[in-house]
Design a protein around this ligand. Structure first.
Ligand code: AP5
Ligand code: MG
Ligand code: ZN
Length: 217
């Protein structure tokens, strides 16, 4: 199964993709995570992407479609995929069709996480993660059980994304409205879009997505 999680910054795409990965053995393909890894490693892609990401704007379609194509090439045919943060523009949606086709895959579901924009700013500016294993936390919604200690790996250092400040979040949201939301009708015309209330508790959102994947949505 191949699915897209679509929604504005902070909608919960990454949170839900990692839960589906753990529950169902699907593979999370987050272009944001891949680009951040490239920036950290200082690769040519990372050097191009760094300033663009810090400004909250979109990296070029060629770059992100190229990394998705590469990643799919490394998966076996029986591994399901969750696209998290890709596609984000009409040209990317077109490329994804071509890429999936080339890898003998087809798109089963596009799941839109619908959310209230004001709540998103709070979610994003409170977000932090373990510097060692990447486990996600939130100042208000999900603190580690023991203060200053990662629940998953016991590490004591945490980090925040450089693009998680209010001003950049507003730019990221404007980019979503202008360039990403307009790709929905394309998938609606194919009858594969489902909507999930992204304002519900994390567990409820997961349950709603799993119901869709199980054909009970
Ligand atoms: P990317 O990394 O994709 O960021 P984004 O789309 O802005 O989304 P986020 O990762 O911020 O949010 P999310 O939906 O994953 O939410 P999360 O689960 O973390 O992209 C970053 C940048 O990379 C882009 O701006 C662009 O520059 C570049 N880029 C990436 N892909 C690209 C592409 N295809 N084309 C061009 N450029 C690209 O949740 C947020 C917080 O809320 C967390 O703290 C979480 O714990 C909490 N939370 C989640 N769900 C709930 C809930 N139900 N209730 C309460 N809290 C919740
Ligand atoms: Mg994310
Ligand atoms: Zn950790």
């Amino acid at each position: 199964m191949n699915i897209i999680l679509l929604g504005p910054p902070g909608a919960g795409k990454g949170t839900q993709a990692s839960r589906l990965e753990a529950d169902r053995g699907m593979v999370q393909l987050s272009t944001g995570d891949m680009l951040r890894a490239a920036v950290k490693a200082g690769t040519p892609v990372g050097l191009k992407a760094k300033a663009v990401m810090e400004a909250g704007e979109l990296v070029s379609d060629e770059i992100v479609s190229g990394i998705i194509d590469d990643r799919l090439g490394g998966l076996s045919a029986d591994q399901g995929t969750i696209f998290d943060g890709y596609p984000r523009t009409a040209p990317q949606a077109e490329s994804l069709d071509t890429i999936l086709d080339a890898h003998g895959r087809k798109l089963d579901h596009v799941i839109e996480l619908s959310v209230d924009e004001d709540a998103l700013v709070e979610r994003i500016t409170g977000r932090f993660s373990c510097a060692n294993c990447g486990a996600n936390y939130h100042d208000k919604f999900k603190l580690p059980a023991v203060e200053g200690t990662c629940d998953v790996c016991g590490h004591h250092e945490f980090k925040r994304r450089p693009d998680d400040n209010e001003e950049t979040v507003r730019t990221r949201m404007a980019e979503y409205r202008a360039k990403t939301a307009p790709i929905l009708p394309l998938y609606e015309a194919r009858g594969i879009v489902s909507r999930v209330d992204g304002m519900a508790d994390i567990e409820h959102v997961t349950a709603a997505i799993e119901a869709i994947l199980d054909g009970k949505g």
